[in-house]
Design a protein around this ligand. Structure first.
Ligand SMILES: *Cc1c(COP(=O)(O)O)cnc(C)c1O
Length: 354
């Protein structure tokens, strides 16, 4: 607290990211990073950036990356907006595209950054409860809203909606923008990118942080029709002309060009997800059906907090949310095979002891 804080700052309750421990000996299954390094082409490309060029500001429009990403998705460069991680993209979305006169709608159990952005940008919001089975029920979203946002697959449940259900909402909800946060879409859900040219109220947000293994590079994007993207650019250019540096842009282009690495990495990850899912079931956990690179699981006879603390003592980090309906769940990032084995072994021992 300081008497010099603005009235807004006093009222904020900032997002709390998952722990990033200083010591590397933890098995980190708490922030949904990819468990192995990114495509080797990324580092090669970054090494190739001439040191002298770092003297110069990067291209404020990051045209090379916009063109590469647009081409990969069959869109035009003016349909792509880039940011310093998709979190920054999302922050600009709340500012540029949501209407402060009506509540922004999102699920009650979802990415906990959404209410934080609302507070930062002076937006009202209304949360819509997930169904009994933890699925998002888009039919329950009221028409009078200042915008709709949800991740697909949802976080932290991992559950995905079919594209057809999202299309029905886009068709019914013509008065505001619908934002689909596709941070985890590459692990098996249906992307809404094919709908971009059909709906002027759709914005799709993606990131290189999860499926490309580049959380440390900080690159995210939004895809939508050109007028929506222009709105985002107006906010970005009122905030920071150069959110993506030269190293990030070059690394990101290289990542998008290595489709073979991408496909095999996603296949390996989803294979590990299947075996982790089965391993948890065999320990009597109830596990939600996940299309993401994490699983949300609870044990009928053990508290989430105790399980998470027990794992931590064994050098394994998972995420536990002290929130209604999921306070006994653990969100477990799918790791490499040896991480998943260590997790299952650790849980097995904790269940025996307690
Ligand atoms: C991880 C995550 C993001 C943000 O990722 P960046 O690293 O900022 O690109 C956005 N939305 C959801 C739901 C996430 O889980």
């Amino acid at each position: 607290m300081s008497r010099y804080w603005s009235p807004l700052v006093e009222q904020l309750s900032p997002y709390v990211p998952g722990e990033q421990p200083g010591r590397e000996t933890f098995i980190k299954l708490n922030t949904n990073e990819l468990p192995w390094p990114p495509s080797p082409r990324v580092l090669e490309a970054v090494h190739g950036v001439g040191g002298g060029s770092l003297r110069l500001y990067p291209d404020p429009d990051n045209s090379r990356l916009r063109e590469a990403w647009a081409k990969r998705e069959g869109l035009l460069p003016e349909q792509v907006f880039l940011g310093n991680g998709s979190d920054e993209v999302l922050a600009h979305v709340f500012r540029a595209l949501f209407d402060p006169r009506r509540p922004v709608l999102f699920p009650d159990i979802t990415y906990s950054f959404f209410p934080v952005y609302c507070a930062l940008h002076g937006l009202k919001y209304q949360t819509i409860p997930l169904a009994e089975n933890f699925g998002i029920e888009l039919g329950a979203y009221p028409a009078a809203n200042g915008g709709v946002i949800f991740p697909n697959p949802n976080a932290p449940t991992g559950m995905a909606l079919p594209r057809a259900e999202i299309e029905a909402l886009l068709a019914a909800n013509r008065e505001s923008v619908v934002v689909v946060d596709e941070a985890y879409v590459d692990f098996g859900a249906e992307t809404c990118l094919p709908l971009v040219n059909h709906y002027d109220n759709l914005l799709v947000v993606q990131t290189l942080s999860k499926s490309r293994g580049l959380a440390g590079l900080r690159v995210g994007a939004a895809f939508g029709q050109a007028p929506l993207i222009e709105g985002l650019r107006r906010v970005k250019n009122s905030f920071n002309s150069y959110p993506l540096g030269r190293l990030a842009e070059t690394g990101a282009v290289a990542a998008l060009e290595d489709e073979a690495w991408f496909l095999s990495s996603c296949a390996r990850l989803t294979g590990n997800r299947t075996s982790l899912f089965e391993g948890l079931l065999s320990l009597d956990f109830q596990v939600l059906p996940s299309m993401a690179n994490f699983l949300l699981a609870r044990h009928p006879r053990h508290k989430g907090r105790a399980l998470s603390a027990g794992l931590r003592e064994r050098g394994i980090l998972v995420r536990h949310f002290q929130l209604p309906r999921i306070s006994d769940h653990l969100r477990i990032s799918v790791g490499a095979q040896e991480h998943c084995h260590a997790l299952l072994e650790g849980l097995g021992k904790i269940l025996q002891e307690e």
